[in-house]
Structure formats: structure tokens, C-alpha cells
Design a protein around this ligand. Structure first.
Ligand code: PLP
Length: 393
């Protein structure tokens, strides 16, 4: 094959990333290499670990095919695959933090990551302090001599606040902190954290890379500076993703560009339509000009995926839950479920009771939507049913 250019389009890249078919007798896709035991030809090779593969938990040709593809997409020195997105979020914390350390975490973080800090890290003597996503370079004011890690997530889970990632990362790096970012919403197609000063880019591959609501996987892609530490910590923890799942995620990557283009277009169409409605107080979508973080999104991101939220208009707080539940129960195509990134649309009434700094909206219940690959006219008709039910409730 001709030399791969740097300026090729993203869909061309997705179709050709990873080990080449010529390395596997011309078959387009890699084989699934399962295994725990790996044999060595001699006692000396065994003693020196003098071959590429040594044990199933340390990687297989199939998991490496996915890691190579992700390194190319993220611009990273190395990628780990893990059994879930949550495991991917928590692994860099375990790798980089010790008793007595302090970590700064964005307050609008994916909620289970906060629970990990409060339940596990606290017990290990590691303190977590939450910061406002709007802080930018002001993060410097929160850094203490023992601050070792700053965690970002943008846009935020459920409320979609943007962060000035470059400014936050630069300020944190000035003080020697490791900077990690959960980039699940954007995927490396719409944002590459390492190009903006982040050390470690984290994904729930469960979402868009899988694309079909049937795989759980997390990925951690690190720059050259942090990769050794991340890989060593994972050797100690023994976390790994299965070759079968890695195969499916690599398969998902091939179509992720066309799927995301469709998710983006449909989600923006639905968001704009919602914004015009009397039933809706506000729409929280970074691609809408009305959204407070829109300028940052426009400056730094190449696109928007299919997940956003809106505030259902309900003036009295005592009406919020009843109206939200009436809305959700009237939907047919939108399933009620938590994960996202699959081909099907989803809706959930968001709980934000764990927030400390960026509290949730008070002008109505917050509904998060994932816009799937269905036709927009059918999704709008479904939402119409929800609004009628909420009005009547
Ligand atoms: C879903 C999600 C995760 C966790 O992924 P799982 O594979 O479900 O554990 C982490 N971060 C974000 C932003 C997510 O949306």
C-alpha cells in the first residue's frame, strides 16, 4: 500500500488504520487471537521475556490491532484497553496518586468517577477537590504543593459545560501535574486531547466506538511522558480487555465517522427544533449558539456527537419529577436507558444531586437525550407524544 498521508480524510483514515491486511495473508480484518498462555521457544527466551507476547493479560495481536489504531487516532505513545470506561477513568488515578496527594477534579464529571474518589481514593488517603468547569487558567489558584493530577471532562456529563482545555492543561503542567481528560463525548474524531496539552485521553469505547450497545470497554491513551507509568500500573492491577471485544471495537471504528456524522446532524436538528418549543425552557447543546460554552466548542472541537440535554418547562419544583416521568413514559422509539453511543435513541431524567459547584438547572427537570440513527421526523413525532403527556401530567 502507498505511504499513508497525514492529510487524508478521517473516514479514509478509519478504513485503513491499524495493522495492514498484507500482514495477515490479505484478509481485510485481523483474526481474533484468544489466549492466556504464550509459549517460548527456549528457557533463555522465557527468562529474559525476549519476545513480543508473553502472557494474555499483557496484550495479544488482536488487542494490539485496536491499540495501534487508537494511537494513530489520538496521537498517543501507547494505549491500554480495559474492561469498562469506568476502569479507564480510574486507572490513571491509581497509577499517578499516592497517600497524601491532592487531585483536582471537574465538578461536572461523570458521576461514578466522583464516587470512586469519595469511596476508594479517600480511603487511600488521597484528597479530591472539585473545581468549576469554567475555571480555565484559574486552576492555578487551586494547585497545592501536593497536587499531582488534574482531571477534565468536556463537554460535561449531562449538563455539557465546556472547559478551556488548553488553558487548564497548561496551568496544571506548569506545576508538574498529570492532566487527564475523559473525551468520551467527542471521540478522537472531534477532539484530540493530547494536541491541547493533556497527557492522558480516556474513553468509554462502550459508547460510539462500539456503536451497537453490546460491548463494554475503556481505553487510556497516554503521551510518551506518562505512558510508562500507566502501563506499569496496569501490569500490577491486571486489568485487560478481551480479544473478542477488541475485535468488535476495531470493527466499530471503521464506521464511526459516518455514524457520528449522522448522529451530529440529527442531534442538532432535534436540538434546534426543541429550542423553538414552548414546552422547553432551555437546550444544553454545545453546538447551539445560545449555549454558554459554544465559543470554546467552536474554537476547539471539530464536531458534536448525539448526546445533549434540555430543560422541560415546569415552573413548580413539586411538578418536576411527575412531568419528567410522564414525558419519558410516553416515548416509544426513545428507550429509557443510561449508556449511549449505540444506534438507538435514549432518554433519561438526569439526577444532579451530587454536584457541589455547578448545580443543576432549577427551572425544570433535566432530560438527557441520545439521538440515534433513526429518522429525525419519527423522533420528533415521538417527542411530541412526550410533551403532550407532560402537559397533561
Ligand atoms: C459511560 C461513560 C463512562 C463509563 O463507561 P462504562 O464503559 O459504562 O464504564 C465514562 N465516562 C463517560 C463520560 C461516560 O459517558
Amino acid at each position: 500500500m502507498a505511504e499513508k498521508g497525514q492529510d487524508i480524510g478521517i473516514n479514509t483514515r478509519l478504513a485503513h488504520i491499524g495493522p495492514q491486511p498484507s500482514e495477515r495473508h490479505g484478509f481485510v480484518n485481523p483474526p481474533i487471537q484468544r489466549g492466556s498462555t504464550v509459549l517460548f521457544p527456549t528457557a533463555q527466551t522465557m527468562r529474559s521475556e525476549g519476545q513480543k507476547y508473553t502472557y494474555g493479560t499483557h496484550g495479544t495481536p488482536t488487542t494490539d490491532a485496536l491499540c495501534d489504531a487508537l494511537n494513530e487516532l489520538e496521537g498517543s505513545a501507547g494505549t491500554l484497553i480495559l474492561p469498562s470506561g469506568l476502569a479507564a477513568v480510574t486507572l490513571p488515578f491509581l497509577a499517578c496518586l499516592s497517600a497524601g496527594d491532592h487531585m483536582l477534579m471537574v465538578d461536572s464529571v461523570y458521576a461514578p468517577a466522583r464516587r470512586f474518589c469519595e469511596n476508594v481514593l479517600k480511603r487511600m488517603g488521597i484528597e479530591t477537590e472539585y473545581y468549576d468547569p469554567a475555571i480555565g487558567a484559574g486552576i492555578e489558584g487551586l494547585i497545592r504543593p501536593n497536587t499531582k493530577l488534574v482531571h477534565l471532562e468536556a463537554p460535561a456529563s449531562n449538563t455539557f459545560e465546556m472547559q478551556d482545555i488548553g488553558a487548564t492543561a497548561a496551568a496544571a503542567k506548569k506545576h508538574g501535574c498529570v492532566v487527564t481528560m475523559d473525551n468520551t463525548w467527542a471521540t478522537p474524531l472531534f477532539f484530540r486531547p493530547l494536541d491541547h496539552g493533556v497527557d492522558i485521553s480516556i474513553h468509554a469505547a462502550t459508547k460510539y466506538p462500539s456503536g451497537h450497545s453490546d460491548i463494554l470497554m475503556g481505553t487510556v491513551s497516554a503521551n510518551a511522558e506518562t505512558w510508562g507509568r500507566i502501563e506499569a500500573a496496569n501490569r500490577d492491577l491486571g486489568l485487560c480487555g478481551s480479544p473478542d471485544d477488541a475485535y468488535q471495537i476495531l470493527r466499530g471504528l471503521r464506521t464511526m465517522g459516518v455514524r457520528l456524522a449522522h448522529h451530529m446532524e440529527s442531534a442538532i436538528a432535534v436540538a434546534e427544533w426543541l429550542e423553538q418549543r414552548e414546552d422547553v425552557a432551555r437546550v444544553l447543546h454545545p453546538a447551539l449558539a445560545s449555549f454558554p460554552g459554544h465559543d470554546i466548542w467552536k474554537r476547539d472541537f471539530k464536531g458534536a456527537s448525539g448526546v445533549f440535554s434540555f430543560v422541560l418547562k415546569a415552573d413548580k419544583p413539586e411538578d418536576h419529577t411527575r412531568k419528567a416521568q410522564a414525558f419519558l413514559d410516553a416515548l416509544t422509539y426513545f428507550g429509557l436507558g443510561y449508556s449511549w453511543g449505540g444506534y438507538e435513541s435514549l432518554a433519561v431524567h438526569v439526577y444532579l444531586g451530587d454536584r457541589r459547584i455547578c448545580k443543576g438547572p432549577t427551572d425544570g427537570p433535566l432530560i438527557r437525550l441520545q439521538i440515534g440513527l433513526e429518522d429525525v421526523k419519527d423522533l420528533k413525532a415521538d417527542l411530541e407524544k412526550g410533551f403532550a403527556a407532560a402537559r397533561a401530567a
